[in-house]
Ligand binder design. Structure first.
Ligand code: FAD
Length: 490
């Protein structure tokens, strides 16, 4: 009789370099895959409809790829930790599976769910094995010399490179289990109620092959020039791999291996001057890990609490109409509006512009950063609690390594620096198409009206003074601790 194990796919929707899958195929003769639909939990987590749609497409593709290797993918529907544990128990019983294998997730609710599943497995005498593949380093494992968690990026980056130097990074190939399953696979629903719309399949094909293609293309055409190219939102200077890393269609180790190869095997430094792209890109993968560590070390950020607890006292304004204008890309500030419209149209926004729009909401409008974090989560195709929360708290000066509170981005100056020909602006704000930045700056209120473009919704001098006064009142000091070398967006 063959021994059968369940392999539970979550945000690791891939065959390639999937440690839980490889180990399960080594330990057991026959594997059954499972994917759990949790629409109520996903709604409670503000998962974007387009991202859920990407998961469904990816799971369907995974089902077909697993079938070719003799593994049937089953689809369950369960939401609460208790429901998920019960559904997995029933499936194991029905299919006579002796074990459950999966790769860990680190958000609080996901951890609670997995704890419940672990308890169920212990009660039922099922063999449970869990692995860590979401990040390059185990979240929470890297400690400062004093044994504490890192709260500043630059020393984390050094320690991260040291830790990675000590291990092998060879990604694992997809295994084929010893025994083919005779079970039929379940179809993954093409849509889930409450998550319809907004997904552009042509823009984000949800396959491992697409992730691999993008990685290859980026490494051969974008990586060397990344250090400069990454800050120009009009150009495709970044990898656009975030949706693939977030859904686990691409393993971070596969991305690391590609960058290392291009950087002569070095995790830091490497190519000189303008060719410093690989090492800069590796730092972005380190930022991804850094925020994973923050999530685990400071669980309050999972509950949308400020990392800097003292900033919880800040009297954020309540202005739903202003929030709506920001969401709709109708602030009257061209770069902000371009970014917000790119987000709504594609589910993705260039990193430089994410930072500008986040600063605008939290500083110029002085609206609670959590409102922006939520809006991003509800619309991003790459929405990820750790990175999104980290980015928002960075911009709002409430987080680890945050932007000092007295530094506030000027969206027009940012446009001059990073979109000097207004190409990005013209692409996303058709009312301004064909205008130079100078011409945009000189538009009179009547000309803006004639073009159907919004009037600037704040006087930046006044809005700046307002938020500076609010932060000053917190008594944080003029020089909030800041790691000058560590700007994820510098
Ligand atoms: C306010 C705000 C919100 C953000 N929300 C998210 C989010 O929900 N999900 C998300 O993946 N990223 C988020 N980021 C980080 C960053 O903007 C995106 O990862 C990046 O724009 C994705 O594009 P790319 O794949 O071309 O990145 P590349 O520049 O090619 O970088 C490679 C990979 O490194 C990781 N990465 C890059 N920058 C960061 C960063 N600053 N923090 C953490 N990881 C990073 C991503 O996985 C990315 O795919 C946010 C940043 C800000 C300022």
């Amino acid at each position: 009789m063959t021994a059968r194990a369940l392999i539970w796919f979550r945000r690791d929707l891939r065959l390639d370099d999937n440690l839980a899958l490889v180990e399960a195929a080594r330990d057991y003769d026959e594997l059954v895959g499972v994917f759990v639909l949790s629409p109520r939990m996903w709604r409670a987590h503000d998962e974007a409809p387009r991202k859920v749609q990407l998961w469904l497409d990816a799971a369907e593709g995974l089902g077909a790829a697993l079938e070719a290797r003799g593994v049937a993918l089953k689809v369950l529907r369960a939401d609460t930790p208790g429901e998920v544990a019960a559904a997995l128990r029933e499936l194991c019983k029905a299919l006579d599976c002796k074990a459950i294998y999966f790769n860990n997730e680190y958000e609080i609710n996901e951890q609670r769910r997995d704890l419940k599943v672990a308890e169920m497995a212990a009660d039922e005498g099922l063999h449970l094995r869990r692995f860590d593949t979401r990040y390059l380093t185990l979240p929470g494992s890297l400690k400062t010399a004093a044994g504490g968690p890192y709260t500043v990026f630059t020393p984390f980056r050094r320690r991260w490179a040291e830790a990675l130097s000590a291990v092998e990074h060879r990604p694992l190939s997809a295994p084929t289990p010893r025994q083919r399953s005779a079970l039929a696979r379940d179809p993954v629903p093409t849509q889930l109620e409450g998550f319809e719309g907004g997904f552009d399949r042509a823009l984000w094909p949800a396959t491992e092959a697409e992730a691999e293609r993008r990685l290859k293309r980026f490494v051969s055409h974008g990586l060397a020039a990344y250090a400069e190219g990454r800050d120009r939102p009009a150009e495709a200077g970044t990898s656009a791999l975030s949706p693939y890393l977030a859904a686990g269609l691409l393993s971070p180790r596969r991305a690391l291996a590609a960058a290392l190869k291009a950087n002569n095997g070095r995790l830091s430094g490497g190519l000189p001057g303008s060719l410093a792209g690989p090492s800069t890109w590796l730092s972005e993968l380190a930022w991804r890990d850094f925020y994973g560590h923050v999530l685990v070390n400071f669980p309050r950020v999972s509950r949308h609490r400020a990392f800097k607890v003292e900033t919880e006292r800040l009297a954020w304004r309540e202005a739903p109409d202003e929030l709506s204008r920001w969401c709709a890309g109708q602030t009257g500030f061209a770069l902000v509006d371009a970014g917000m419209r790119q987000l709504m149209a594609t589910g993705w926004m260039h990193n430089r512009v994410r930072m500008v729009v986040a600063s605008f909401l939290s500083k110029d409008l002085m609206l609670d950063w959590r409102l922006g974090e939520r809006h991003f989560m509800q619309h991003l195709i790459d929405g990820d609690l750790a990175a999104n929360n980290g980015g928002w708290q960075w911009a709002a000066s409430t987080g680890t390594d945050a932007q000092p509170w007295f530094r506030i981005f000027n969206p027009d100056a940012q446009a001059e620096k990073f979109d000097p020909e207004a190409r990005y602006i013209g692409r996303w704000v058709p009312e301004l198409k064909g205008l130079s930045l100078k011409q945009i700056a000189r538009l009179t209120p009547a000309e803006r009206r004639a073009r159907g473009y919004a009037q600037p919704m704040v006087d930046r001098g006044a809005s700046r003074a307002r938020v500076m006064a609010a932060f000053r009142a917190l008594g944080l000091g003029d020089e909030a601790p800041h790691d000058a070398g560590a700007d994820p967006n510098a």
